[in-house]
Design a protein around this ligand. Sequence first.
Ligand SMILES: [Zn+2]
Length: 226
Amino acid sequence: MVIEQALSVMLLAASLLKGGMDVAMPDKNIDGTFFLINRSQMISEDYVPKTRITDLAGLSQSMREDAATALEEMFAAAKADGVRLATVSGYRSYSKQNTIYERKVASAGIEVADSYVALPGSSEHQLGLAMDVTKSTSSSLSSKFGTTTEGQWVAENAHLYGFIIRYQEGMEEITGYAYEPWHIRYIGKEYAKAVYKSGLPLDLYVSLHRMELYTYLVQQTNEVLP
Ligand SMILES: [Zn+2]
């Protein structure tokens, strides 16, 4: 796939543009679906989205209305394919995230905590747009989920319902997080399909778009490649 070859060019370009990327502003509408949140772009302690409890198998969790509806559609499609998924963790308030972060620092040290747990104010769970999912037979989250039938179904189909695997394998340096096949982020169907097709982590995709570099890089790569 050309896009896979384009990826290495883009990653190189991104490393050269690192300084610029840090100041690139993504979607400014926090209530939109394409809002970027990460370690360098954090949100206020006071931000509380309007959420509702999802009607799904697993632990009772809530999400924003648009994301909840999309996730219910996704779970129904999985079930139709014989794949049983369950919810583990959805919306989390700033203070809940703070508790989780501090607990992880105490039990595993700051380095491990920082690679798996978002600092309060930098979690997509506070946006109400992220859900941690797993097999319906388990409620623990592990990178092994990515190799299961359920995990593979999620990786191959989530974008059709507006979700992306936010922290991909091999992208740790860019996302700032370890591979999390269970953490899906709602960005809306159109964006999800485009981000999935690009193979890029959201941080990079958004930044390149902001700088209007994405189309340019794809064009350049297409010209160079045979
Ligand atoms: Zn998560």
